[in-house]
Design a protein around this ligand. Structure first.
Ligand code: C2E
Ligand code: MG
Ligand code: MG
Ligand code: MG
Length: 285
């Protein structure tokens, strides 16, 4: 008990709890305001092939852009949206905007492949998830094979058997699935082999020191080998320099995302960026 550790500790504990609560309330208000006024923005980060040095897909990442206030990051408001249930509304808007943008880019011949959208626990467990997603794809005119959904280990391991059913249903509609932040959660290998997924995304935490720490490098090598043995594609998250890209390429990790290639970009800047920057991607050897 903080109370037993003396007055100072108690007070400090209370103060930081207060600050936390105030900040949470502030973010919740910003979130509600953003939903009312359509301040949610979807940014897009390219995914590249380290083998061919080409753009192969993209990930949608939501932001709150409140005029005059600045940008609130999803790391801050997604957990709150999840707790308050607002995530359902957030998720549908992100998916709808993403499908709309992707449809336009695919129709223009500017983008191929898949756009990945992140799903949180509450969204994933909606009883009519597949129906809702198919309805949005339909309304926005995007084919299911252009969509990929990213889920984390925590989301699927909560009730793995049910997760397998949901994932199978999505797969049957032509939607691909990726396991996000791989290595930070608690997937058991027994389930990993049963999950109907197509892609593993190796968490940035393993990539950060891939050249400095032999253990991290070995870990990535093992994850890549295992994923390939299971027939999965592997994406490295958070690649920031050429040395990392080169090591990943040598470890047979084919795909990557990260600031080395591009930060998440506003829709208006995305096409211009992939046309110019990715045309001259750094070579990884
Ligand atoms: P995530 O899905 O693992 O996304 C990757 C995060 O790493 C993104 O942060 C991205 O901007 C960041 N990132 C990418 N490359 C680099 C790099 O080279 N260096 C560094 N330092 N960071 C990099 P972001 O956009 O802040 O999103 C954080 C998390 O919030 C996401 O992690 C995802 O779990 C969640 N999220 C984002 N958008 C959505 C959404 O629309 N719905 C849901 N449910 N969750 C979302
Ligand atoms: Mg993701
Ligand atoms: Mg991730
Ligand atoms: Mg993450």
């Amino acid at each position: 008990h903080a109370k037993n550790r003396g007055g100072n500790t108690y007070q400090f504990f209370n103060e930081s709890m207060n600050k936390n609560a105030v900040r949470r309330l502030q973010v919740e208000n910003q979130l509600r305001q953003s939903l009312r006024n359509n301040y949610l923005q979807v940014h897009y980060q390219p995914k590249v092939s380290l083998r061919t040095n080409t753009f192969v897909g993209l990930e949608a990442l939501v932001r709150l852009e409140i005029p005059g206030t600045g940008i609130v990051s999803p790391a801050e408001f997604i957990p709150l949206a999840e707790e308050t249930g607002l995530i359902i509304d957030v998720g549908e808007r992100v998916l709808r905007q993403t499908c709309r943008d992707m449809r336009e880019w695919v129709a223009a011949g500017a983008v191929q492949g898949r756009v990945a959208v992140n799903l949180s626990a509450k969204q994933f467990l909606q009883p009519d998830l597949t129906k809702r997603i198919m309805a949005i794809l339909n309304e926005e005119g995007l084919a299911a094979e252009h969509l990929e959904l990213e889920i984390t280990e925590g989301v699927v391991m909560d009730d793995p058997e049910r997760a397998i059913e949901i994932m199978t249903e999505l797969n049957n509609c032509g939607i691909h699935l990726a396991l996000d932040d791989f290595g930070t959660g608690y997937s058991s290998l027994a389930y990993l082999k049963r999950f109907p997924i197509q892609t593993l995304k190796i968490d940035k935490a393993f990539i950060d020191d891939i050249n400095g720490a032999e253990r991290d490098r070995n870990m990535v090598a093992s994850i890549v080998a295992m994923a390939h043995n299971l027939g999965l594609d592997v994406v490295a998250e958070g690649v920031v320099d050429h040395a990392q890209a080169s090591t990943l390429s040598n470890l047979n990790c084919e795909f990557a995302q990260g600031f080395l290639f591009a930060e998440p970009l506003r829709r208006e800047h995305f096409l211009a960026h992939i046309a110019t920057t990715l045309a001259s991607l750094p070579s990884s050897d």
